[in-house]
Structures are given as C-alpha cells and as structure tokens.
Ligand binder design. Structure first.
Ligand code: SF4
Length: 184
C-alpha cells in the first residue's frame, strides 16, 4: 500500500523549511521609512485601491524592532545613509530590503556627490524595482517576487552569503558578448 493510500484525505505533507518559508512570506511587516517621491507610491499601496492588506502587510511599523522588510523608497543622501544603516541594524532577523525606484537602486538621475549611488552600498538588497516612480502595482509585483525568494530561502542560511551566491549564479547566467568579428 502506498503512503498516500494510508493518509486520510485533507492531510498535507511538507518540510519544516517550506512551512517556515510560507509563514515568513505571509507575515512581512514593513518599516515606516520613506525618503522621497517614491514613498508616495509606497503609501498608496496600503490604501483600499491597491490593498497591500491582502498580504497581511498593511501594518507599517514605527519601530524597526517590529519590522522585517525595509522598502527604500527614494534617493538616499550621504547624510541619510548612516541613519538608514542604523534602522536596518535594529530590524529583527531574518530581514529583507527592497530598493524601490531607480534612485534607491542606482542613484538614478542624481549622479552627484550628495546622493548614494545605490543603496546596496549601505545595506544588502534582496530585490530591485525599476521605475521613476514605480507604480503601486509594480511594488506589489516586486513584493510577490520577494515572497518567492523568501519561500525558497533555506533555514539557518547566512543571509549575506546567500545573496552573494545568488548574485554569482546570476552573473554566471549572464550572456557573454562575443567580440570576435566586431573588432577590426
Ligand atoms: S525614482 Fe523618481 S519618483 Fe522615485 S525618488 Fe527617484 S525621482 Fe523620485
């Protein structure tokens, strides 16, 4: 008799890792943290029209101790960078960072000495969202992608090592440019 024949109907099997991933992705609480115009789009996602509450994420926490997702919404000035890092350090583990918009991701149009050219210089970033500003639907899409990532993250993994490994895997898949025949 097969295993499935012995189990009563309505009985689900899973692994502890999968259950932990499922619960983690379903209980993300973002930190209340907005830096510029992108923050307005982030705030609209918690309104009735876009309804981030569908994912149990409408409770933007005022204390980093109660938050495990930092949405960096807007350009990061050099002056703000240490503050941002301190908020990140005070957030509970495991925690995730979403760089919202081109300014947070790369400095965007602010290619100058006053703005950090990508928030990944300050904190490890899990997901980058392009756009200026990205619309609330785009933010929701990035959050769903982050959910997938959280679901697949093994338990007990060192987060920064996991990010490095994922980046190396992405670099390995990147198509190499063939210069043969182009250089004359
Ligand atoms: S990406 Fe555009 S909307 Fe977002 S902070 Fe920069 S300038 Fe503002």
């Amino acid at each position: 008799m097969g295993l499935e024949e012995k189990l009563p109907s309505g009985f689900l099997l899973s692994t502890v890792e999968q259950m932990a991933g499922y619960m983690r992705k379903g209980s993300l609480w973002p930190a209340t943290f907005g830096l510029a115009c992108c923050a307005i789009e982030m705030m609209s996602t918690s309104g009735g029209r876009f309804d981030i509450a569908r994912f149990g994420m409408e409770a933007f926490r005022a204390s980093p101790r109660q938050a495990d997702l930092m949405i960096v919404a807007g350009r990061v000035s050099q002056k703000m960078a240490p503050v941002l890092r301190q908020v990140y350090d005070q957030m509970v583990e495991p925690k995730w960072v979403l760089a919202m918009g081109v300014c947070a991701s790369s400095g965007g149009m602010f290619n100058n000495y006053a703005i950090v050219q990508g928030v990944d210089h300050v904190v490890p970033v899990d997901i980058y969202l392009p756009g200026c500003p990205p619309r609330p639907e785009m933010l929701l899409h990035a959050i769903l992608k982050l959910h997938d990532k959280i679901q697949e993250m093994p338990l007990g993994v060192n987060r920064e090592e996991a990010i490095r490994a994922a980046e190396e895997a992405a670099m390995a898949q990147r198509p190499t440019i063939e210069f043969k025949g182009l250089l004359r």
